[in-house]
Ligand binder design. Structure first.
Ligand SMILES: Cc1cc2nc3c(=O)[nH]c(=O)nc-3n(C[C@H](O)[C@H](O)[C@H](O)COP(=O)(O)OP(=O)(O)OC[C@H]3O[C@@H](n4cnc5c(N)ncnc54)[C@H](O)[C@@H]3O)c2cc1C
Length: 355
């Protein structure tokens, strides 16, 4: 007989998303044992099939916009554990359970002398989510350090392994993003380096990590100095979701044709830009929103952050709804479109009541 005692009903997710949106899931299951994961999933899949419900995986909830009612079985991965798979003189291969906290995992790696992930410090969320949008920051993408992703196919219940190529990683993109709600990533296998490779040529990272190094009596920064510098910079620019609810960057940086860029540059001479290729230019969405006069603005209770216009913040936690987000989102999209003729696209995953 199927043991459904772990299936919870009317599960409150208001504290399980960093945007602090009020949300109740019709059903939920906490996946808390790596050893029993296959059995728990078999129960979850059978239950969902029987109840004709879709399945949604919610990890740290830092990249999702939830509806007030989620008509689904929500899987909450909490499994922990890191296993050393192999090592050479140069590198180490670690298999990490999906429920490990991302920032703490990087800290543990650095303490053990395993390097590479330090630029990705303080990104909220859990390890199992990091391949989904191929998290990146300060010139580094996690895909550079992922050897394999181990997952369960939620349609068949079968375990499957994806090597780095099969993950089809791109900028904030992966195979898993293209196939939403199809897989539960149970483990990520990382290959990290034993020799430091300091990458500080992004923004003010060289300056801040250099200052931390010299304060510690060193001429060049260590990976731990870079880690501390990233934490310091992020804390000075981005709101802490525990203090002010948000889900990080709300819009992607738009990519426009060169011709349109030159027309805009003629009107806005201070317009920053990053060359993508011979035909396209990427613009910073935060600058466009700021220039449209919307830094710190929006429609209450959802306002852009006063230090970083790209981040939407929730000033009425656990009361504001997805509808409030949409109101401010559309207000910003319209203002930017009117002023620049550029269409902004949302970054976080948007979930409807019926997935
Ligand atoms: C303040 C702040 C700063 C941020 N800065 C950055 C940044 O610099 N760079 C960056 O890339 N992102 C950033 N983010 C976005 C976010 O932290 C990352 O996308 C993170 O990886 C999401 O992890 P999570 O555990 O919260 O995932 P969730 O929000 O719970 O889920 C995100 C998506 O991944 C899927 N998913 C999650 N776990 C699994 C799993 N185990 N198996 C299958 N699918 C899964 C979910 O179904 C959902 O579609 C930031 C967010 C905040 C709030």
């Amino acid at each position: 007989m199927t043991d459904t005692t772990k299936i919870l009903t009317h599960y409150d997710l208001s504290h399980a998303n960093t945007m602090a949106l009020s949300c109740v899931a019709r059903h939920a299951m906490i996946l808390d044992s790596d050893q029993r994961l296959a059995d728990d999933l078999a129960v979850a899949l059978a239950f969902a099939k029987n109840a004709n419900l879709p399945i949604f995986v919610l990890s740290g909830g830092s990249n999702v916009i939830l509806p007030s009612t989620l008509n689904a079985l929500v899987l909450l991965p909490k499994t922990t554990g890191t296993q050393l798979i192999s090592q050479t003189e140069q590198s180490v291969t670690l298999q990490v359970a999906c429920g490990e906290n991302w920032h703490q995992f990087i800290q543990t790696c650095l303490n053990q002398g395993y390097y590479g992930l330090e630029n990705l410090a303080l990104i909220p969320g859990l390890v199992g989510a990091c391949p989904v949008q191929n998290i990146g920051a300060y010139g580094v993408q996690v895909s550079d350090f992922i050897d394999k992703v181990i997952a369960y196919d939620l349609q068949t219940g079968q375990a499957c392994t994806f090597d780095n190529t099969a993950c089809d990683f791109g900028y904030r993109h992966s195979f898993f993003k293209d196939n939403p709600n199809r897989y539960l990533i149970s483990h990520v296998v990382f290959r990290l380096q034993k020799a430091p490779n300091i990458l500080t040529n992004y923004g003010d990272l060289a300056d801040v990590s250099g200052k931390i190094a010299s304060k510690n009596g060193r001429t060049t920064p260590t990976p731990m100095d870079v880690f501390d510098a990233v934490v310091q910079i992020r804390q000075s620019k981005l709101p802490d979701p525990a203090v002010l609810a948000n889900c990080g960057s709300f819009f992607q940086n738009p990519i426009i044709p060169i011709k349109q860029f030159h027309e805009l540059k003629a009107k806005f001479s201070d317009l920053p830009s990053y060359l993508v290729n011979d035909d396209f230019i990427k613009l910073p969405a935060g600058w466009l929103i700021d220039k449209a006069g919307l830094k710190g603005k929006g429609i209450f209770p959802i306002l852009t952050h006063e230090k970083q216009a790209l981040v939407l913040t929730n000033h009425h936690p656990r009361h504001a709804s997805q509808h409030d987000i949409k109101t401010t989102q559309d207000f910003i999209i319209n203002a930017v479109k009117t002023m620049f003729g550029v269409s902004l696209v949302r970054e976080p995953v948007w979930l409807d009541e019926h997935i």
